[in-house]
Design a protein around this ligand. Structure first.
Ligand code: PLP
Length: 481
């Protein structure tokens, strides 16, 4: 007798059948995506695998509903079910992170940061201007007062972590809207240790007097002391904003506590929900009660209408993150990152900061293997190992080619891989990068983009990567037939 299908298999098979009847190519692409993901050794630090319940919560008629406004105070009729899921997402987030207020509407991390910037500007620039003019609403300002306020919005300062130290483009850099809005100065890391230099940061903050200090990163492999950051912010009258997009799962899983948990220290915290937190693609803002009203104006201030189907999935994923198993998961993510670091360093690789305390490592592939990040990234991809290149502090190869490879463990830890597998993966990475060599352009000139790698080696490593993953099936409960 054939094994009965799991509930998840039935659900996804039926969904694909319904889609296939309308546009078979979309159903095929969805089926191919799970097949590809099953075969990948995914070390992209910002990716993960959401649960079937989270995925299914997104594919439904909530998508059809407009729900501008906030829970119980909508600009559209018929929002009672949206209210239920948005309130649940916010409640889970408040309980999980110990936050006074949670806003579950941001569509992504960048959107969450924009909501946060404008909440701070509204509280600290707009509100005093309205009070001075004796009005309650910007529409009641005179043209002259409005012109003055608009100037004031454009004259604010932000202090954020430099990109090559691991900061994010949205922390005040010119190509992003944050850099066009704010006069920005960056803080970096100590060249000797690779760690954040809090005293240099303090000196810079005293001189620059920013409105906002942004902490948080995309590629910093160590802990950030948010107690010290808040102390510096208070000293210079800045609001401390923490972007925990990358490490929210480690905060949720209580691996980052005390000085390293941003929520008790920052006035406002932003996050994505899809990285280490393992939820749907999306964003969220947590804040003190004092900023709640301004944060809740995110839509229509800078966000389009809320995505109720994604908020439903956020509520499901946050409920999962409140379970005790999630703490084990978060600890395993960090243990795995450490095992990977040790395996790489034992084989001679140089890691930025000499190791990791969180979910990611940054390999200096230029000094370890004589490759650019771009060459290393493509050599690894040829060998079935998916990573991404990343700048390192004072990167000689710039932000495009880079000298670093960022590797993270949230996704493979979800699949169940542990320290033994991490050590073997470190060996595979080291073999590929040792064998790969810088290539040349079509005209024979040295190239920072091209690499040369013996296909016998890339094939052998690819096969080993597939074998290594075999005992850890991705979505074992889902059989698409
Ligand atoms: N903030 C940080 C620190 C990030 O690393 C990222 C994405 O990589 C973002 C924000 C942006 O997130 P999203 O892609 O969801 O807009």
């Amino acid at each position: 007798m054939p094994e009965p299908l799991s509930t998840e298999s039935t659900a996804f098979r039926s969904a694909l059948d319904v889609i296939r009847a309308v546009e078979p190519r979309v159903a095929d692409a969805i089926g191919q995506e799970i097949a590809d993901q099953r075969d990948m050794l995914k070390l992209i630090a910002s990716e993960n695998y959401a649960s079937p319940a989270t995925l299914l919560a997104m594919g439904n008629w909530f998508s059809d509903k407009y729900a501008e406004g906030t829970v119980g105070r909508r600009f559209y009729a018929g929002c009672r079910n949206v209210d239920t899921v948005e309130a649940l997402a916010a409640e889970h987030a408040r309980e999980l992170f110990g936050a006074e207020h949670a806003y579950a509407q941001p569509h992504s991390g960048i959107d969450a940061n924009l909501v946060a910037f404008w909440a701070v500007l509204a509280a600290r620039v707009e509100a005093p201007a309205l009070a001075k003019a004796g009005v309650r609403n910007v529409n009641d300002l005179s043209d002259a007062d409005w012109a003055e306020l608009r100037q004031a919005f454009g004259n604010q300062r932000m202090l954020g972590m430099s990109l090559d130290a691991g900061g994010h483009l949205t922390h005040g850099f010119r190509p992003n809207i944050s850099g066009k809005m704010f006069d920005q100065r960056s803080y970096g890391t100590d060249p000797a240790t690779g760690l954040i230099d809090y005293e240099a940061l303090r000196t810079s903050a005293r001189e620059f007097k920013p409105l906002i200090i942004v902490a948080g990163y995309s590629a910093y492999p160590r802990l950030v002391n948010f107690r010290i950051m808040r102390e510096i912010a208070d000293e210079v009258g800045a609001t401390l904003m923490v972007d925990m997009a990358h490490f929210a799962g480690l905060v949720a899983g209580k691996v980052l506590t005390g000085d390293f948990d941003p929520v008790p220290h920052a006035q406002i915290v932003t996050t994505t929900t899809h990285k280490s937190l393992r939820g749907p693609r999306g964003g969220m803002v947590l804040c003190d009660e004092s900023l709640a009203e301004q944060v809740d104006r995110g839509c229509p201030m800078v966000l389009g209408g809320p995505l109720p189907h994604v908020m439903a999935a956020k509520a499901v994923a946050l409920a999962e993150a409140r379970r005790p198993e999630f703490r084990d998961y978060a600890q395993a993510v960090v243990d795995n990152a450490r095992a990977l670091a040790e395996g790489l360093m034992r084989r001679g690789a140089t890691l930025v900061t000499g190791g990791t305390d969180n979910h990611l490592n940054l390999i200096d592939v230029a000094s370890s293997y004589g490759l650019t990040g771009r060459q290393a990234e493509s050599a690894l991809l040829d060998s079935g190992i998916v990573t991404n290149r990343n700048a390192i502090p004072a990167d000689p190869n710039g932000a495009w080619y880079t000298s670093g490879i960022r590797i993270g463990t949230p996704a493979l830890t979800t699949r169940g891989l542990g320290a033994t597998e991490m050590d073997e993966i470190a060996g595979l990475i080291d073999r590929v990068l040792t064998a790969a060599e810088p290539g040349t352009t079509a005209k024979g000139a040295p190239s920072k983009a091209q690499h040369v790698l013996d296909p016998k080696i890339s094939d052998e490593i690819s096969h080993r990567a597939t074998d290594l993953l075999a005992p850890f099936p991705l979505y074992p409960e889902i059989d698409l037939g």
